[in-house]
Design a binder for this molecule. Structure first.
Ligand code: FAD
Length: 396
């Protein structure tokens, strides 16, 4: 699974980073009127590495629905007090894609375009040169005549800083020795595991009656050792499925730390020579840690803007009210004046799942957002909003 190596040092577009956003962008460029432009993908890893699971929800047809491994229209929401609700989410669908399948599909599509090249190289830095810009790598220097798309520059989210909220998790795909899972529904939040003020929950995606992904997840600043997440998963399997370790096989493990931080980037205009995309570009929704579908939508719009030469557009259209809501929520998670589970429980108890899914996907109107805000625990949110205002809306 690979693309041809570079045959020149000058390209129209250079994409730094061959992960989800870099390859998505190459894919949309090759599906557009820009399909004949020369494109170089540069990445330190082989394409498709590391392996991940991507989930997203939508009430419309999406580009990669056809390669989803599994989709659900019912989601469990388990509250900490052991009340469980099965939420019917139609017209939404919650879908799971394995990164192996996704990379294989996208790379096969890119292979149809001999103008798309790939080089495994470590990128050191970027520089401006003449009318274009340069990428300096361990394997030489490359010139982009039109644009560099940067999905590798880090954003400010320090692992050891407890005020920098992250979605951190460790997941196990396990195969039970006998049928035990009900795969017609997934478990979006299982807060029965939450005992402290931190937002912690189990996330379960059963793909058959024997196989499921169990992901022990925190929305918090404090990381754990891998062994601690593993212990939580083992205990959960025993407590809620009565599964002992000799009754299942571990198929694979995934670990992730996704920054839940608003982008500190200045507004990016499409005319810039170097554009940041993906996690580097602030494409992760700060209050959820999801970015797969948001990345697809932002990149489709970005490519359309490039095609139609609407270069004054922004890479992420600014919605100050929604960004402020995200920040207030993150401040609530930092303050821990209310347990994280209580926030989600209040929201999901008092609003329909469809409204919540639209809200989390930033599809609600400001009036709906204001209505939703009346359903959260009022005092911790007010305190968070005041402390944010005090710091001129900057998170610590
Ligand atoms: C385990 C895991 C599961 C996730 N699950 C979901 C999910 O279910 N739903 C969802 O919406 N989001 C999910 N996310 C969040 C997000 O969708 C992914 O992190 C996604 O891969 C981000 O895409 P990206 O292009 O920004 O970064 P990446 O996919 O990480 O790509 C960045 C690429 O840049 C390369 N690179 C980095 N530095 C250099 C360098 N100096 N030189 C050369 N190359 C370099 C890397 O090798 C990598 O290939 C998940 C994240 C993780 C970690």
């Amino acid at each position: 699974m690979n693309l041809p190596a570079p045959s020149q040092s000058e390209y129209s577009f250079i994409i730094a980073g061959g992960g989800m956003s870099g390859l998505s962008l190459a894919y949309y460029l090759t599906q557009s009127a820009l399909k004949d432009e020369s494109i170089l993908l540069l990445s330190q890893d082989e394409l498709g590495y590391p392996k991940k699971t991507w989930c997203y929800w939508s009430d419309e047809a999406e580009t990669f629905d056809k390669i989803a491994e599994k989709s659900w229209q019912q989601l469990w929401f388990h509250e900490a007090n052991v009340t469980s609700n099965l939420l019917a989410i139609q017209p939404f669908t919650y879908s799971k894609i394995s990164s192996d399948t996704w990379f294989a599909y996208v790379v096969a599509e890119l292979q149809k375009h001999p103008n798309v090249h790939f080089l495994k190289a470590n990128i050191h830095h970027f520089s401006f040169a003449g009318c274009g810009s340069n990428v300096h790598t361990s394997r030489g220097e490359f010139h982009a005549k039109k644009k560099i798309f940067d999905s590798i520059s880090p954003i400010l989210c320090e692992p050891a800083n407890e005020k920098h909220i992250k979605q951190h998790f460790l997941g196990w795909v396990i195969k039970s020795h006998f049928p035990i899972f009900k795969d017609e529904s997934a478990h979006l939040f299982d807060f029965r595991v939450a005992f402290e003020k931190e937002c912690e929950f189990m996330y379960v995606l059963p793909t058959s009656n024997r196989e499921a992904l169990f992901e022990y997840t925190y929305f918090s600043g404090k990381l754990r050792t891998k062994e601690q997440y593993r212990e939580k998963i083992k205990n959960y399997l025993l407590a809620y499925y009565n599964l002992t370790q000799d009754e299942y096989d571990l198929v694979e493990e995934e670990f992730g730390i996704i920054p839940m931080r608003p982008s500190q980037l200045p507004t990016q205009y499409i005319h810039d020579k170097i554009l940041r995309i993906g996690t580097s570009g602030g494409f992760v929704k700060p209050s959820t840690g999801y970015s797969f579908l948001r990345t697809q939508h932002l990149l489709v719009d970005l490519v359309q803007n490039l095609v139609s030469n609407k270069l004054n557009g922004q890479v992420i259209p600014e919605n100050r009210f929604k960004s402020w809501l995200d920040k207030v929520f993150l401040q609530v998670l930092i303050d821990q004046n209310v347990a994280g589970n209580e926030v989600f429980e209040a929201l999901f108890r008092k609003n329909s799942p469809q409204k919540m899914l639209r809200f989390l996907a930033e599809k609600t109107t400001w009036k709906e957002d204001l209505g939703l805000m009346t359903t959260v625990p009022m005092w911790p949110f007010l305190r968070a909003a005041i402390s944010l205002a005090w710091r001129k809306n900057e998170l610590p």
